[in-house]
Write a protein that binds this ligand. Structure first.
Ligand SMILES: Nc1ncnc2c1ncn2[C@@H]1O[C@H](COP(=O)(O)OP(=O)(O)O)[C@@H](O)[C@H]1O
Ligand SMILES: [Mg+2]
Length: 276
């Protein structure tokens, strides 16, 4: 069964014009999909539609076969599709990490004995075991966001949706969070990561680019990154090396189309000129 199936989805807020139009995305279990797009392209709206905070104006969204516009499914969908947001401070409810992580499971009626186990599992998954009794406000941004992820993991979701979850972090914090997300995916977690940092999409299975509420590009990251000028048109910060590689290609240099980061480009160029 697909983790996520979005079919011919349209969405408009109130009586406004469509913010999303004709969206089709299928995410298989275990896949790591990145959703890219400039501010206002509709990414957060799509995330809210996935976990049933919003209902489609047209078309459908289903999570593990459950239609999100059927209210009966919402409880189960929200349990299975865990959301992590941008600001970790807004996602903390308690003054001790352990209590914060207990909050979600308590709310859905998990038994007391099991809650402790879930907290241990969630902290281990984000590499934060030694912070079980810490105060969240004392943690760094990256650590806070890892605790926010642990809070979602304590609900045992099957798919994790991250909406710009690294946007407020420094490079170190971003690296920490990305590593946790990649490790979770290696262990089978389905991931939908919304970001406008192109380098975060380099290792995903599939990148989907949204512009003005429509899917404008979709493919393996190497395919998407090789279309540097097109990406720039959609307002995305193309990795500089991808842009240069594309220019060199257009000018007849044999640069492979899967080169989009600095080191690989340097190697390719060295190879070329040493030969000549
Ligand atoms: N609650 C809302 N009511 C009306 N319009 C909204 C609301 N939230 C977002 N929008 C509009 O929907 C469009 C897409 O926004 P959003 O999904 O937040 O994009 P992104 O997450 O890619 O920045 C924007 O034009 C935005 O102004
Ligand atoms: Mg957003």
């Amino acid at each position: 069964m697909n983790a996520l199936e979005i079919k011919d989805l349209d969405f408009a807020y109130e009586s406004g014009k469509n913010v999303l139009s004709g969206i089709n995305i299928t995410v298989e279990e275990g896949e790591f999909v990145c959703l890219l797009g400039r501010n206002g392209s509709g990414k957060s709206t799509l995330a809210r539609l996935i976990n049933g905070l919003l209902a489609p104006t047209g078309g459908s969204v289903s999570v593990f076969g459950m239609d999100s516009s059927d209210k009966k499914n919402l409880f189960e969908i929200r349990k299975r599709a865990g959301m992590v947001f941008q600001n970790p401070d807004n996602q903390m409810v308690a003054s001790i990490v352990e209590d914060d992580l207990a909050f979600g499971p308590e709310n859905v009626g998990v038994k007391r004995e099991e809650i402790g186990e879930r907290i241990s599992y969630a902290l281990a998954a984000v590499g934060m075991e030694e912070f079980r009794h810490s105060t969240p406000s004392r943690l760094s941004g990256g650590q806070k966001q890892r605790i926010a992820i642990a809070g979602v993991l304590a609900l045992k979701p099957d798919i994790l949706i991250l909406d710009e979850s690294t946007a407020m972090l420094d490079p170190k914090g971003r690296g920490e969070v990305m590593k946790v997300v990649k490790d979770l995916n290696k262990n089978g977690m389905t991931i939908v990561s919304i970001t406008h940092y192109m380098d975060e999409a380099v290792d995903c299975d599939r990148a989907v680019v949204l512009s003005e509420g429509k899917i404008v590009m979709q493919g393996a990251p190497r395919e998407v990154f090789s279309r540097a000028e097109e990406l720039a048109r959609y307002g995305l910060n193309v990795p500089k090396a991808a842009y240069i590689a594309q220019k060199l290609r257009e000018n007849g240099l044999p640069i492979a189309d899967d080169i989009y980061e600095g080191e690989a480009l340097e190697k390719a160029l060295c190879g070329l000129f040493q030969k000549g």
